[in-house]
Each structure stands twice: as C-alpha cells, then as structure tokens.
Write a protein that binds this ligand. Structure first.
Ligand SMILES: Nc1ncnc2c1ncn2[C@@H]1O[C@H](COP(=O)(O)OP(=O)(O)OP(=O)(O)O)[C@@H](O)[C@H]1O
Length: 467
C-alpha cells in the first residue's frame, strides 16, 4: 500500500468514525508495511494499539483489503519512542492513559512490539445473538425491568445510573443486558459498549496486576461509554476486586457514562459486599425480575415454539402441551427452554407428533424435579398478605377473630398442600399443640362448605401458591 493510499484510507475513516474518534485514535496511526498478507500499523502507545485494534481493527482491515486484496490480517505495534506521530500534548495524555506500559522503550529494546492477544484486556463483548428485545417476552413479572432496559437502550441522556437488575436464576437478566448492548450497537455504533461478567472483570483485573498493566486496565475501563457487569455478586468477599470495581464505577458515574449491573439479590442484601459499594449500587434505579407466572411462561413457550416452527414447519404440537408445561415447570425459564428443546429434538428424531403423553415420557425427570415443594412458611406469608395482617400476629397468641381465622386458613392449607404432620405444623405456628391444628383444619373444612367467601379465598390462595 502506498503512502497516498494510506492517506486516502484515513480520509475515508474520518468520515466513518467521526472527527473526535479520528483525532484521538486514527490520525496518529502510521502505516509501516505489508508483507505475507499482514499489514503492520504503528500506534503511538501500546494502549492506543490495543484500543484501535479492538474498536476499529475490522474496519481498517476491510478498507486496507480494498486497496490490497492480499492483506488478511493487521498487526499493531508501538511506534519508536521518538516518533512524532502524535502531537506532544496528546502523546503525554496517551502516555498517561497507558501508564507504565507506555514508557519510552529503552535504547536496546526492540523499536516495535506487536500488541499481543494478552494486551487486549477488553476484547469485544461476547453477546448471544438470540438475546435481543425481539425475543424477550414481556409479562407482569418483568415489565418494569424490561421498560427500564428499553429506556437505557435508547442511549439518550442518562436518567438513572446505575440501572441495577436483580432476580433469581434464569429469569432473563443476562438476556436483557445483551438486548441493551445489541440495541446500542445498532443505533449508536460510535459508543463503546462493554458487557462482561463480574468474574471476567476480576480475571482481567488479576491479569493486569500480574502483568503490571494496571494503568492500562484502568484506562481501558475508563474509556467505556456504557459498562455492563453481569452477576455482580461474584465479587462479594473479593476485596481488591471490589476496590477496583468501586473506583471504575465512580470514575464512569462521574463522567456520566451509563452503567448497568445485574445481581441475584437487591444491592442492600448482598453478603460480603462493602457498604460503600452497596450504597453506590442503589443510587440509580433498582428493578427486579419477579419469578415467572403462568401467563409469562406460556408466552415464552409460544414464542420459542414459533421460532422452532420456522425451522421445522412440519412440527405438530397437540393442544394443551404448552399449557401443561407452563403449569408444571415453574422453576425458571432456562429449565423451561431446555425442556422444550429436548421435546422438539426427541419428536423430530423419532418422527412423532408432540402429544401430552410424549411430553410426560420424554420430560419425566424435569417434571419430577420441578414439582414445587410448598413450605408452611410460604403459606403463612401468603395468607397473612391476603388478609392484611402481620405475620407475627398470625403466629402470635392473640385469639381475636381477625387473626384466628387467617391462622386457621393457613393451618388448613399447610395440611392440604404440604406433607407436614399436625405436630410439625403446630410447631411452625408459634409452638401450638397438634389438637389446635386439627381443630383449625376441621373448622375451615366446615366453613368451606357453608361460606362462599372462605371457599373463594381458599381457591385463590391455592392458585397463587401453586403458580
Ligand atoms: N422473558 C423472557 N423471554 C424470553 N426468553 C427468556 C425470558 N426470560 C428468560 N429467558 C431465557 O431464559 C434463559 C435464561 O435467561 P438469562 O440467562 O438471561 O437468565 P439470568 O437471569 O441472567 O440467570 P443467571 O442468574 O443464571 O445468570 C435464556 O435463554 C433467556 O433467553
């Protein structure tokens, strides 16, 4: 490639990446040579080489190969220490950003050092192409989290920072984060969006410490426009990673960069997490993904079935199968999806239509494992909520009707819906005797026959507990 062609190529890049990115990253690059299918480009610092490689590597390769079709790969190296590739002021800035790693090479050191894979501490986020907003089914349990994610994905002015998503296993936190990243990558390609798990954050931090590249690490993370850290609970109890996370977090918030975090519980309840981090995590918007309800599960199954059908149009699913699965598998969406995938694979292998019997056969282990064990405590909580009394009043000694009746309802449901014996139930109701429980159960059984309101309450509570 000639100097003129390189100049032409840079001009094209200016149009694509915009002036500010051009001045910061592209302008200082120098074309060195191209041999054996490898084009060598010198960047002023190690940090700049890594950054350009990660963000513009593909673009530059594409443009170079339009001038020289033999080029298959680009190698970035640091320019000689006395290079004038960037103005002095910017060089100081870049050197400061890259820290010790960018110090001028000693005279005896090789003039150029290829930027190795290990230097690339922030490779492109590995995003799952299936996790988009289009494939995310919205229902009551996740509508707030979805709406907040949508808002952040618009990429407008930062309104809540950080956005903290929490919820149990397999309820769609990662899916939503990836969906935000995909959306931003499409609508705002100029933004540097980084998604990674807290585990990867720690791994890169430890690697930077080991390689004495902590300044590179800091610069990389501080150059991010949108940072997403998944499963933040992973860094609980890991003191130095927490410390670094805290500083990265603060630096980005101070620069008004968007942060999105996910965790398995609300920030305030995270064990072994420093108080200052918990409090920082709570300062934006905290939203939870509730356990799925029947309607959401059915919606997800229908949506996944539609995409399976697109690949296998002759697939036959008998009525009632999806409803059965939505009713029986309530653990989490990952399990639900796994069940459906297995069912489709099995049906297509044996060439049978999907009936209720086939589903029961093929998924017997999942169905057994998903049988929900309702606890006495759950029943107590649900019943006290329903009758609007405090749990302590339900378990306490007061015999007034407004507490005694809900208490008996809860005892009745505990007898019906759990395998606990009367004495065991009694113990869980503030140490009551088994005869008291028996009396309560009998009383509610009678009332169920005579009192429509009680019958309705029982039915409603049973359905809520089974959901
Ligand atoms: N509302 C939804 N619509 C469609 N698919 C969903 C939904 N919720 C979850 N899923 C699917 O369920 C699977 C598990 O979701 P995901 O990995 O996002 O869960 P998570 O909350 O991050 O779990 P973990 O706590 O284990 O990290 C994914 O395949 C995801 O696509």
């Amino acid at each position: 490639m000639t100097t003129e062609q390189w100049g032409e190529l840079k001009k094209q890049l200016l149009e694509t990446v915009g002036e500010s990115n051009y001045r910061n990253w592209i302008e200082p690059l120098q074309f060195v040579d191209s041999t054996g299918g490898v084009a060598r480009i010198a960047a002023p610092t190690n940090f700049a080489g890594t950054y350009v490689s990660r963000n513009y590597g593909d673009l530059i390769l594409h443009r170079i190969s339009s001038f020289d079709s033999g080029v298959r790969r680009i190698e970035f190296s640091t320019a000689p220490a006395n290079t004038q590739a960037i103005p002095a002021a910017r060089r100081t800035e870049a050197a400061a950003a890259a820290g010790a790693a960018a110090a001028p090479a000693p005279a005896a050191a090789p003039a150029r050092r290829p930027v190795s894979a290990r230097d690339s501490m922030l490779p492109p986020a590995p995003l799952d192409s299936r996790f988009t907003f289009d494939t995310f089914v919205v229902g009551k349990p996740n509508e707030l989290a979805h709406a907040a994610a949508r808002r952040v994905a618009e990429g407008g002015p930062v309104t809540f920072n950080p956005l903290f998503l929490y919820g149990g296993v397999g309820l769609g936190k990662t899916h939503l984060m990836h969906a935000i990243a995909w959306e931003l990558k499409t609508s705002h390609p100029e933004l540097n969006v980084v998604y990674l798990s807290a585990e990867q954050f720690m791994y890169r931090f430890v690697q930077a410490l080991r390689d004495k590249k902590i300044m590179d690490f800091k610069s990389l993370f501080r150059s991010v426009d949108v940072l997403m850290v998944d499963d933040v609970q992973f860094i609980a109890g890991k003191d130095s990673t927490q410390e670094e996370f805290f500083h990265t977090f603060n630096a980005l918030i101070d620069q008004n960069r968007q942060i999105i975090i996910s965790g398995d519980c609300p920030p305030g309840e995270m064990k072994d997490m420093e108080e200052r981090i918990k409090s920082r995590l709570q300062c934006g918007l905290v939203v939870d993904l509730h356990p799925t309800d029947y309607e959401l599960r059915l919606g997800i199954l229908q949506s996944k079935t539609d995409s399976f059908r697109a690949q296998q149009p002759d697939l036959v699913i008998k009525d009632g199968v999806l409803e059965f699965l939505a009713h029986r598998i309530s653990t989490n969406v990952r399990v639900l999806e796994g069940a459906l995938t297995r069912l489709f694979a099995f049906a297509s292998l044996v060439g049978r239509e999907i009936t209720l019997e086939l589903a029961q056969d093929c998924l017997s282990d999942i169905l057994r494992a998903s049988e929900r064990k309702i606890t006495v405590e759950e029943i107590q909580r649900r019943v006290s909520d329903h009758y609007n009394i405090r749990l302590s009043d339900m378990l306490g000694p007061k015999r007034v009707r407004s507490f005694a009746r809900p208490r008996q309802v809860a005892m009745y449901l505990a007898k019906q819906m759990t395998s606990r014996s009367l004495p065991e139930i009694g113990r869980r109701f503030g140490g009551r005797d088994h005869t008291t429980v028996l009396h309560g159960v009998k009383r509610i059984e009678e009332l169920r026959q005579q009192d429509g309101q009680i019958a309705e309450d029982l039915e409603m509570l049973r359905r809520a507990l089974e959901a």
